[in-house]
Design a protein around this ligand. Sequence first.
Ligand SMILES: Nc1ncnc2c1ncn2[C@@H]1O[C@H](COP(=O)(O)OP(=O)(O)OP(=O)(O)O)[C@@H](O)[C@H]1O
Length: 308
Amino acid sequence: MSAIVQIKDVRKAYDDGFEALKGVNLDIEEGEILALLGPNGAGKTTLISTICGIVNPTSGSITVGGHDVVEGYREARKLIGLVPQDINLQPLEFVMNNVNFSRGLFGKPRNDALTEEVLRDLSLWDKRNNRINELSGGMKRRVLIAKALIHEPRVLFLDEPTAGVDVELRKDMWAVVERLRKDGVTIILTTHYIEEAEAIADRIGVINKGEILLVEEKEALMQRLGRKEMRIELAEGVERVPGALSGYDLSLEGNGHTLVYSYDTRGERTGITSLLKDMQAAGLVLRDVQTSQSSLEEIFVSLVKENA
Ligand SMILES: Nc1ncnc2c1ncn2[C@@H]1O[C@H](COP(=O)(O)OP(=O)(O)OP(=O)(O)O)[C@@H](O)[C@H]1O
């Protein structure tokens, strides 16, 4: 199967000389859902903008459905739906007109049945005759999604789709994504939320400082990201981890007063129950317990270090 999006050695230097993309290579397969994770300023929006033909790469090439995004802009752009991070809507336009207009931009005739389906899926049908400036922030975001879908794109880009949106919109959005997935639409989303990537992505790409650090099947990556730590404060300190507990991934901190247990949240069992039992049998008395999960930021730091 050939990739629907092919990115070859793409670099982007902005006018001020800042290099936001430093040689990105990436193939995106038709029908897959790829989540791009990266800290602020990593280059996610720049990468999406180059694929969508909004920003021209300084060098390298990108094709979508075999069309070069610069030379064959119109053909490539027809295949793409983009839900941008910023809300850029005409305040006085009516919702339905505005959505239909977006379809017209791609030379496609109006399709009332599709418009109704898209607006209903996004809970916007009741608002179809309202002006944009009469909508809440979340509803405006829904309109952006409707506008991106109305010309039936084969590749959909969602740039931080759920940053600051409520639970309802999040649920609606996942339902829409699920339906699009069934229709074979390729979806690329950027996000800061691991749970979001975990919920829907097939593959995860990590980008940092303009470079793709890795692209990996979600399952494999989540095994690594899913680690959690339990810190067990002991009533009385110990000099070393007792031999009876050597089967656990334990380390000792705080002058022997804190046992740190690392475990995999995705494993069938965390091992916590048996650890606590074995601790008791070994005569250890606990005073307090805390758990924490490595944040995405921490994961990036470790990935960046690994790649250094
Ligand atoms: N028009 C521009 N001119 C100069 N520099 C820019 C421009 N647009 C973006 N940049 C810089 O390029 C880098 C990447 O920005 P980009 O918006 O692609 O990051 P991002 O990964 O999407 O970040 P965020 O998660 O904060 O949205 C940043 O350092 C940013 O300041």
